[in-house]
Design a protein around this ligand. Sequence first.
Ligand SMILES: C[S@@+](CC[C@H](N)C(=O)[O-])C[C@H]1O[C@@H](n2cnc3c(N)ncnc32)[C@H](O)[C@@H]1O
Length: 127
Amino acid sequence: MAKKVGRTGKAYGIDISPGMLEITKKRLDRAGLVERVELCCGDAIKLPYEDNKFDAVFMSFTLELFDAPEIPKVLDEIKRVLKPNGRLSVVSMSKENGESKLLKLYEWFHEKFQNMWIADRSMSNAP
Ligand SMILES: C[S@@+](CC[C@H](N)C(=O)[O-])C[C@H]1O[C@@H](n2cnc3c(N)ncnc32)[C@H](O)[C@@H]1O
């Protein structure tokens, strides 16, 4: 994302986990891209950004962590911060091609280690 926005662009990253943000910052530092990115510790259910701010939003392996009733709330928030005609890209596991071993492993991991990535605000120190 930071590469794609170019020298004059800006990317924003949000995660509820300070540890994940640390990892992201280290990677950006190593890639010499830290100036292009503003990182924030926060909750996707209440994004700390103004309306119509972004051209595009990208999220990977995160939407499925929310309880089903919360997913429309997250999507509403994303819609709020996207400009009209803005783009949302979501990366997630698909079951369309049957039950692959990778999918089973992914589901097993999420089942066993729910608290590791749980989309639960009480698990973080986000404001
Ligand atoms: C499975 S990891 C995926 C990380 C990264 N997006 C990737 O594709 O490698 C899920 C991420 O969602 C974050 N997360 C969970 N609940 C969240 C929430 N309510 N708001 C923001 N981020 C959240 C976790 O901290 C974790 O970094």
